[in-house]
Ligand binder design. Sequence first.
Ligand SMILES: CC(C)(COP(=O)(O)OP(=O)(O)OC[C@H]1O[C@@H](n2cnc3c(N)ncnc32)[C@H](O)[C@@H]1OP(=O)(O)O)[C@@H](O)C(=O)NCCC(=O)NCCS
Length: 397
Amino acid sequence: MGSVALPREEDLPQADSPHLVLAQSTPEEYLQTIRLNSVSWKGPLTLDQYIDREERLSKQNLTKDGALTSWILVDGRQEPNSRLILSSCETYRKPAYLAYQGKVEDIICHGIGSVFARSEFRGRGYAGRMIEELAKKLDTWQSENQPRKQGVFSVLFSDIGKKFYARYGWKPFESSHMSLPPLAEKHFQSSLELAKLPVAKSLTAEDVHESMCSEIVEKKNRNFLHVISQKSPGAKVSIAPDYDHILWHWAREAFYEDSGVLDKVQPQPQVRGAGVDHHHVYCSWTRKIGDSPTSNTLYILRVIYDEPSSPPEELATIEAIAAVLRRAQLEAHRLKMSNVEFWNPSPLVEKAAKLLDPNVQVVHREQSSISSLKWNGASQGLGGDVEWLWNEKYSWC
Ligand SMILES: CC(C)(COP(=O)(O)OP(=O)(O)OC[C@H]1O[C@@H](n2cnc3c(N)ncnc32)[C@H](O)[C@@H]1OP(=O)(O)O)[C@@H](O)C(=O)NCCC(=O)NCCS
């Protein structure tokens, strides 16, 4: 494949041509989309490694069994495998929660990623047409066997600012982060003592599963959604913060280890997060390759804690969160990461970070990883407003 001849510019179809359709890629076409978009996203990997990475990621619990769909914009009159790919993207079917007026429902949502148009075809409206078609398609995509036959919401993380996707219904949501520097071993202990912080324990993958994704935690999550949606009007949605999401991020990290781009962690088992049991404060993390080796980041995938019910409890919770963030800083140093980053910090997480560094600021992104959500709830009797809860790094795709 890859041998479809490029037409002369004047022979390219108009973006509003009735012949253009959004089609599912065949396996061969999927491979072609990966080859094409590798120029944007392979980073330090070779083309073959990048193809391997995508293949490995497509076989994770989160993506397998049809959860990942590859889409292409093509002329519907052309034959599969001989179609000229004008633009491409992927969607991930994800488990999600919808809470409205005290009722919590298990639903699916879709995450969109890898939106791409080859450089020769850019600025002709193809990506826009693809996204327009996708918006219609996702209204019912994979919903046949769901209690709700209409998609309730879908998300994407725009790296091209806030305008393009908003045109097609994906509105920008809170897209902020805080970052802390790595912390060397020799400063770690003294900094905990100085700030009178508890010592956070290290979490293995199994610990993360048990303390952050167990049935008990899931029950707590549902209960939280139930209560919050009774207290305030407007629907609340969340991508389910389940273990499959975390495993997907770790599979990505492992690929970079296996290909030698990231140091392999020795000895096993690897530290995957940190926690303070007493306050049920836990976080998990993953390493991510940045644009340059100096911007490799230890991303906190998610932070959880029990909501405190008194001022002393609140202070203790903030201190426990600070302790797990401190532990992440130490891990970042050990793993030669250039910073620790966490998305959309809650007020308590923000206070915890400020306890560690009074000068640390919340950064509001304007261009990259703009969390964007398309809400279809208004036509389903769920009101026009929606709040996206737990919008942390785990939900990125
Ligand atoms: C972004 C991309 C898919 C757009 O494809 P395209 O077919 O040229 O898109 P369209 O012609 O439909 O629309 C182009 C619009 O996107 C905007 N756009 C493209 N790249 C942009 C960028 N880096 N930042 C902000 N806006 C951008 C253009 O300004 C234009 O807006 P306009 O209609 O107001 O002039 C294509 O440039 C691409 O593949 N880029 C590399 C991969 C990438 O960054 N993908 C996006 C991931 S979120």
